[in-house]
Design a protein around this ligand. Sequence first.
Ligand code: HSE
Length: 291
Amino acid sequence: MKFRIPASSANLGPGFDCFGIAWQCYNEIEFLSRPEGLVISGCDEKYCNEQNLAFKAYRAAMTWAGQRESGLEIRFGRTDIPVSRGMGSSAALIVGGVMAANALNGLELSGDELLAIATSVEGHPDNIAPALFGGFTVSAMYGFSAVTTHFPISDKLFFTLLIPDFELSTELARSVLPETVSRQDAIFNISRSALLIKALEKGDRLLMRIALEDKLHQPYRTKLIAGFDTAEAAAKKLGAMGICISGAGSTLLCISDSPSFTGEMESELKVTLPGWKVLGVKPDLEGVKVI
Ligand code: HSE
């Protein structure tokens, strides 16, 4: 059984560990039952073992359902989501794994259960929810489980991912964050994350500019992204409504109301940040799907 799983951008500025949008940019993974053992192909040899996240997620779902683990073959196909760039590549593997366990073994897990299992493997639900369900999701941890809900995205908006030519591990990007934040910074983010829901629904320029601001993670992470200042200046010059880090980075996400923004940004970065890839993306509204 073959699955197509969307890329996603988590956080979206102020919605740290909660907000995420799925993109029409996909990985494809095929899962097949075997009498015994694990066989993985189509990815780097160092991931062809039980540490592979797709397998870990498969195993987590089997354990959750109290099922004995069967043999499994995992074939990686088209891989458009770059690794360690803040575009939800880990979540895509995990979502593929839990979906496969469910489908191949008739586990009949509900959407809430799939979300809970996948979130327990990833650690936070912000990429998992959009990869599973598509669209713009806002998620919260609730005990060991997670709840998620959808909000609309205006079709006046255009999204552009600026993908650097270097990886940034989530572990490193989380290690630079402070353990505690001031009340002032908490208020700053609560207010903006609520405004961002409306800004994404309406495509309102002024609201978006303010709503994408963040004090919880971006001020600490931008210094890990060489070229951030150049990319931000280019986005402002070309009239973006705002720019934020996609997930933990290194990718940046620009939100614009101009259909020509992606092309203009591509021409600009070709000169100033030549190793970076510029990718216009549309929201994916379906989430993971059998193909
Ligand atoms: N919310 C997470 C972070 C996303 O920013 O660290 C990366 O998995």
